[in-house]
Design a protein around this ligand. Structure first.
Ligand SMILES: C[S@@+](CC[C@H](N)C(=O)[O-])C[C@H]1O[C@@H](n2cnc3c(N)ncnc32)[C@H](O)[C@@H]1O
Length: 267
């Protein structure tokens, strides 16, 4: 994860990082693209997981973000209903959380690192009968990856979607009592050294050994050497093969190729 980035004051003018402005422009043009694309979208030719995901998000219940919020952050992914559908169908935006959820049918989910709650929202909506424990040590959106985020509450998006199966825990992940029965753990909190190592090993120790379980990581890439090396050492030690679903890697009690996950049937 790249370093933190905060605005700084120059005289009386607040200077905002360029990447924020860049994102702003992308967000606007993608929004237009999504709106245009939606004019011809008829719901046919969807992958099974996509059809299921869309069925979990009725249009009339979708919380559209106020414009000044999504324009100033990475929140544009779920900014409007059109954008969400476009992102799901055209970009496979939520493929990892959706397909792992459908393959493992978790009842207890833990997510380390919540931020705006984009993955949390998916996990809550897709796993209707599960309890989703979302853990973050910051009560307002932390700035990261060189992006300055608006001062909104952590987990803002699922809270505004009014999900009923969410437990939000504002605390350091190492303080969270994992109760030893976790079916799906998504490790995406502290991306450095002991933080990711501790989360990884606690996820392992608290997996639900009596049922199906999986542990997934985001940002597994040599550019994030701590995540990359710690996950590599961890899988060597526990002896489970590291599997992949687009931008996430995972281990679990079942082996499922990326292709089989994407093409899951009978959902
Ligand atoms: C990459 S973001 C999470 C993104 C989120 N999982 C998603 O998919 O949208 C990382 C988050 O981890 C949180 N975090 C960092 N260190 C943490 C720690 N030790 N315990 C809990 N949360 C932590 C940060 O506050 C930040 O909100």
């Amino acid at each position: 994860m790249a370093g933190q980035c905060r605005p700084f004051k120059k005289g009386n003018i607040m200077v905002i990082n360029r990447s924020v402005l860049g994102e702003h422009t992308i967000s606007d043009s993608e929004q237009r693209q999504a709106d245009k694309w939606m004019e011809h979208f008829d719901g046919s030719e969807l992958m099974d997981w996509q059809r299921y995901v869309l069925s979990c998000f009725p249009k009339e219940e979708f919380y559209e973000l106020p414009e000044d919020i999504y324009r100033l952050s990475a929140m544009h992914k779920y900014s409007t209903y059109n954008k969400f559908v476009w992102d799901t169908v055209v970009r496979n935006g939520c493929i990892a959380s959706a397909t792992l959820s459908l393959a493992f049918k978790p009842k207890v989910v833990v997510e380390f690192g919540v931020h705006g709650g984009f993955t949390t929202l998916l996990l809550c909506k897709i796993n209707k009968n599960a309890r989703i424990h979302a853990v973050d040590n910051s009560s307002i959106l932390a700035d990261y990856a060189n992006v300055m985020y608006p001062r909104l509450p952590t987990c803002y998006v699922p809270l505004m979607h009014n999900v009923k199966n969410l437990s939000l825990h504002i605390m350091d992940s190492y303080m969270f009592d994992m109760f030893g029965k976790v079916d799906l753990c998504f490790v995406d909190g502290d991306h450095f050294n002991s933080g990711v190592e501790w989360d990884t090993w606690r996820a392992w120790a608290n997996r639900n050994k009596e049922g199906d379980w999986c542990i997934a990581w985001d940002d597994y890439h040599p550019n994030n050497p701590d995540v990359y090396n710690i996950v590599n050492d961890f899988v060597k030690e526990v002896g489970y093969p590291l599997q992949k679903i687009v931008s996430w890697v995972w281990i679990g009690n079942k082996e499922i190729s990326e292709n089989d996950l994407i093409n899951l049937k009978g959902i």
